[in-house]
Design a protein around this ligand. Sequence first.
Ligand code: NAD
Ligand code: WQD
Length: 355
Amino acid sequence: MTTSVLITGGAGFIGSHTCAALLSHGYDVLVVDDFSNSTPQVFRRVQELTGRRVGAVYASDICDRRALSAIFDQHRVDAVVHLAARKAVGESTRMPVEYYDTNVGGTTNLLRTMHEHGVHRLVYSSSCSIYGDAGAGAGPLDEATPARPTNPYAASKWVCEQILADVCRRCPEFTVVGLRYFNPVGAHPSGLLGEDARGVPANLMPYLAQVAVGRLARIDVFGDDYATADGTAVRDYIHVMDTAQAHRIALDRIDDGPGMRVYNLGVGRGRSVLEVIEAFGAACGRPIPYRIVARRPGDVPELVADATAVARAWGWHPTRDLAAMCRDAWRFQRLNPNGYVRRQPAKDSRTGVRI
Ligand code: NAD
Ligand code: WQD
């Protein structure tokens, strides 16, 4: 029975929502995160939302074997949700060694530590980027679609999937669920948790949120000459709340069968860049200014999930539409214009003390 879960990367965008989903469903949660792309402040908000605390938070690198081992020595761990990774596609082309080191080295380090401590249940976060360029009009991609990663980030995710599948074949005590997320976006409907992008966001939804709040003037649409309905690229956006719930269900169902199972996590419907811009404008109550520019190198025309396998296996379907994704992302941006930590402290007008 799985009750105590270690989440690597639990302070991040998907991790923080997953912590909240698990705590709300009675799981006990521990986190290891080096805070290279997040802040521990998020856990106060998780507690505020769920009324429960994350049991322990370790500020460690998953590549640090001793630190990882100490966590397993000190706590009962029934299962691990492994989210910690470097995730910026462009950066991965400039720093491939660092990406393989963290994403692949971190994963093998985790596997070894789990094995040494008799822990063999793992939920792994993979990515639609492993499918690479299936081409416009390819239609929804199922899990049997051959992987053809086109950058070191995507390759690192695919290498990990292969390692996990092989480990499961050779060590039957391991049970792994690999979740291939398409484009997780949105935020917790409370406005307390969201995507705390650092610097100028590289991804569409956080960029739109910053245009809407007035920090950026307009969005550049990368290409309108794809062979898609309106010429702009098509993706399968999935609400981060649905993504987080899928992790909870993966843990509920992890003992269903042995070995490694892999599921796409998407809604099964593609949306163009222009459709998302329009939906965001509707959510924030004013049109988002944009201009069409050249394609972004490495972008593919279309990536849409065939998400029927996960529906068949668990009866699970995403419940939130694009309007909700935009509404929630906008609410988080509005309530946290500078993210979690970079808020200017206000001055108490009487005492002059910063609060
Ligand atoms: P994120 O950057 O918000 O979260 C990742 C967390 O891992 C961060 O808190 C970061 O500080 C931590 N981390 C990074 N390197 C670490 C290390 N060496 N040791 C310990 N902690 C470390 O990213 P996210 O969007 O929440 O993504 C979570 C996972 O989902 C990643 O594995 C990513 O590859 C995968 N994924 C994300 C998307 C997406 O669009 N967000 C899509 C597909 C897959
Ligand atoms: C979405 C669409 C852009 C920004 C990334 C990773 C992928 C996975 C999901 C982790 C594209 C267009 C974007 C902008 C734009 N993550 N766009 N102007 O590239 O589909 O996928 O996140 O595993 O690996 O690559 O997401 O949000 O960057 O882009 O026109 O300023 O929006 O061209 O068509 P992407 P994205």
